[in-house]
Design a binder for this molecule. Structure first.
Ligand code: HEC
Ligand code: HEC
Length: 284
């Protein structure tokens, strides 16, 4: 009787040890699914060991806060910030007031796995999320020219995603040139804090409108590079357009247009008169 109870107690122990061991192993080797999920939903704002983008570098996040806190934060960032939590407030200040969006459909279980992934990747010499996926070579005018074609849709994206112009305009295209569903992108380069953060942003856009479209038809790293080069040029042009020297150029443009009108008027003077004359004759 006594022996029987002791052996069942021992069996329970073995079982517990087994569960702990496999559970532990799972935390150390994140699944491919979790890695993909992080790539598509988190890597646009976070590196692990590569410096900050729109959000903080997540390397060593578990040394700053415990797992429970981080899971709670990821599930509902705004709630934790609004609760007055001082650490969350500090993060918000460092992010210059950008609140991390809550990811639709994220479960507690998945949030936990993501934090385990951050933990595992933090311990590596170099995480796969340490660097931008997009090359950091110097941008050339050829890159910007390619970016302009991709933006306008005169050249198609390799994966078949829609041209940016269907939803966006910018200063170089003009107010009537592009779609209005998305914001004007003249200032996107500076608003999204420059090349590195914009590249990461475009690699997996965390926009509720763009994410579902470009998730299945992602931009490839060379296309992102070209678009970033173009948006940098556009931002510079936008600045020029706002500064006084541009006024002279605009006036020259208006003057030129007026000259052309006068010229056409001169060239077509007979044609108009003739048409009018024949109309008048026919109606009488
Ligand atoms: C649009 C950008 C953006 C996306 C996408 C995003 N985050 Fe964040 N994240 C932030 C910002 C900004 C902060 C800093 C707090 C704040 O200002 O809201 C932050 C903070 C965090 C923190 C706390 C960091 C620390 O140092 O303690 C964790 C953990 C985190 N994010 C994980 C994630 C995970 C996991 C995902 C994907 C499910 C994700 N984030 C997606 C912008 C983002
Ligand atoms: C189907 C419409 C649509 C297409 C196509 C689209 N976008 Fe967007 N984009 C949006 C919307 C809408 C927003 C605003 C965020 C939101 O509400 O989702 C946005 C936001 C952005 C932002 C962030 C702007 C900011 O200031 O925060 C950038 C950058 C951007 N888009 C770039 C692009 C580029 C580059 C392309 C082409 C590869 C593109 N978009 C294609 C709809 C679109």
């Amino acid at each position: 009787m006594d022996r029987k109870r002791r052996s069942s107690w021992r069996a329970t122990h073995w079982l517990a040890a087994f569960v702990l061991a496999t559970g532990g192993a799972e935390a150390q080797a994140p699944s491919e699914e979790t890695i993909q999920y992080f790539k598509q939903n988190c890597a646009s704002c976070h590196t692990i060991g590569g410096g900050r983008l729109a959000g903080p570098d997540l390397k060593g996040a578990l040394q700053r806060r415990d797992r429970d806190w981080l899971v709670r934060f990821v599930l509902d960032p705004k709630a934790l910030i609004d609760s007055g939590d001082s650490y969350a407030q500090g993060l918000l200040k460092e992010a210059r007031g950008v609140v991390m969006p809550s990811v639709p459909g994220l479960t507690r279980d998945r949030a936990g796995k993501l934090i385990d992934l951050v933990d595992a990747e933090s311990k590596l010499e170099r995480s796969q999320f340490a660097g931008a996926l997009v090359s950091d070579r110097p941008l050339t005018p050829a890159d910007a020219a390619l970016g302009a074609e991709l933006f306008r849709g005169t050249r198609r994206f390799a994966a078949g995603g829609p041209a940016c112009i269907s939803c966006h305009s910018n200063a170089a295209i003009g107010g009537l040139g592009g779609g209005l569903l998305g914001p004007d992108l003249t200032d996107a380069y500076s608003r999204l804090e420059g090349r590195k953060a914009l590249s990461a942003w475009l690699s997996a856009p965390p926009s509720p409108t763009m994410a579902p479209i470009y998730r299945s038809k992602p931009l490839d790293p060379d296309e992102v590079l070209a678009l970033v080069a173009w948006l940098q040029v556009v931002a510079e042009r936008g600045d020029e357009a706002r500064s006084p020297p541009m006024l002279g150029f605009t006036l020259a443009g208006i003057g030129g247009a007026a000259l052309i009108l006068v010229l056409f008027d001169f060239l077509w003077r007979r044609r108009f008169r003739d048409v009018r004359k024949s109309l008048v004759e026919r109606s009488t």
